[in-house]
Design a protein around this ligand. Structure first.
Ligand SMILES: Cc1cc2nc3c(=O)[nH]c(=O)nc-3n(C[C@H](O)[C@H](O)[C@H](O)COP(=O)(O)OP(=O)(O)OC[C@H]3O[C@@H](n4cnc5c(N)ncnc54)[C@H](O)[C@@H]3O)c2cc1C
Length: 360
């Protein structure tokens, strides 16, 4: 690696999702002249997402590197929220992991042991809670719980508010955002080009392996007869399926299904997935039956073969940041820091993107 020549001042970012905008903001703050080209909301996973910043709760054996990356990114979130200047972007500060059965309590204990072993500092943040604790913390939870864990600091953002604040901040920092579908990177000017187009990346850089994993989420709104939304992110397994409730100011986002493999032509929510989410959410928190179902959404997560994001330099001009899977919002500040480090260097190794030089 050698330092970039000082003439490099402009960065064109292809993709105005959470990854593209967070990187664009970091580059604008570092003095780059930044231009974001975005094909629009219709293809944006970050619009559909629930906004969980789930680091400890995303720790599964076999995903050690992802856990480290996630924890590292979670630690960067307070600075990003401060940079955006709007604390209301945070929708929750902490998470509860609820065991609905005795077997589930065992499963959660095993996962916690894994996280504690890999992240010693998580001992303070991830603590067991009794059924009585759970009901005290979230009185609307079903009474049939077998305890669980509280993850302090593992919160959530309002992903739609976040996208708006990021756009505002990029423009306020002197960046430009244009509606444009990029067909060919050769058409672009700019000293450096960052491809952060989520799934669209595979059309621009066919060597980058990224595939789609479909998911559905529901948006529920409280009525004046409803129990208030929870104050924590609430995560559980109901009927053998994962479900989570993520608070919003006026309701809850319920997520999420996961279809892999699936027919990519099928972009709409499926009846069975929506029925499962409603059943699991109302069994976990029976008071949700009085909420209004205001939106049923489906989106495609951009996933790499090994589940880790691809953050790499492709050649002396082009960089890529994609494949963030189920954690793209959480991983945005980590990704921006990695991209800024890559912008500082030029690599002659044009195969590096496939080799994915990620580190925490
Ligand atoms: C159901 C569901 C729930 C999720 N929940 C969470 C969660 O709770 N927490 C979390 O951290 N993550 C979650 N995710 C994952 C997260 O949404 C993604 O990882 C993240 O949005 C990826 O960000 P991105 O910017 O790479 O891609 P996107 O958000 O998809 O944005 C890509 C952008 O690039 C643009 N684009 C594409 N092609 C082109 C082109 N050729 N020219 C110009 N622009 C182009 C698109 O229009 C789009 O705006 C969820 C995803 C889904 C589907």
């Amino acid at each position: 690696m050698q330092p970039l020549p000082s003439r490099i001042e402009t960065l064109t970012v292809v993709g105005g999702g959470v990854i593209g905008l967070t990187c664009a903001l970091a580059a604008a703050d570092a003095g780059f002249s930044v231009r974001v080209l975005d094909a629009g909301i219709g293809q944006r996973a970050a619009w559909v997402a629930a906004g969980m910043l789930g680091s400890l709760g995303e720790g599964h054996p076999g995903e050690e590197q992802l856990l480290e990356m996630s924890a590292s990114s979670a630690r960067r979130w307070p600075d990003l929220v401060a940079r955006l200047g709007d604390p209301t972007v945070m929708a929750a500060a902490d998470s509860l992991f609820v065991a609905a059965t005795a077997a589930d309590a065992e499963r959660l204990r095993t996962l916690a042991d894994f996280v504690w072993a890999r992240q010693p500092r998580a001992h303070d943040d991830l603590a067991p809670v009794t059924p009585a604790d759970l009901r005290r913390l979230e009185p609307a939870l079903t009474s049939r719980v077998h305890g669980g864990f509280r993850a302090v600091g593992e919160g959530a953002v309002d992903n739609r508010a976040l996208l708006g604040r990021l756009r505002d901040a990029v423009v306020a920092a002197g960046g430009e955002i244009h509606d444009r579908h990029v067909e060919d990177l050769a058409d672009l000017d700019g000293d450096q080009v960052l491809v952060a187009a989520g799934l669209g990346t595979r059309n621009l850089l066919p060597d980058i392996a990224v595939h789609a994993v479909k998911g559905e989420v529901l948006r529920l709104r409280a009525t004046r007869w409803s129990v208030p939304p929870p104050t924590h992110v609430v995560r559980a397994r109901m009927h053998g399926r994962s479900v989570y409730l993520v608070p919003r100011a006026d309701g809850i986002v319920v997520g999420a299904t996961q279809y892999e493999p699936f027919d990519e032509a099928s972009r709409e929510p499926e009846v069975g997935g929506v029925a499962d989410l409603l059943t699991d959410a109302t069994d976990l928190m029976p008071g949700l039956r009085t909420y209004e179902l205001v939106e049923v959404g489906a989106g495609l997560r951009p996933v790499s073969p090994d589940g880790l994001p691809v953050i790499a330099r492709v050649d002396e001009r082009v960089l890529v940041a994609t494949g963030h899977g189920r954690n793209g919002i959480l991983l945005a500040p980590y990704t921006a820091d990695r991209v800024m480090a890559l912008l500082d260097t030029v690599s002659g190794d044009v195969t590096s993107a496939a080799g994915k030089k990620n580190s925490c």
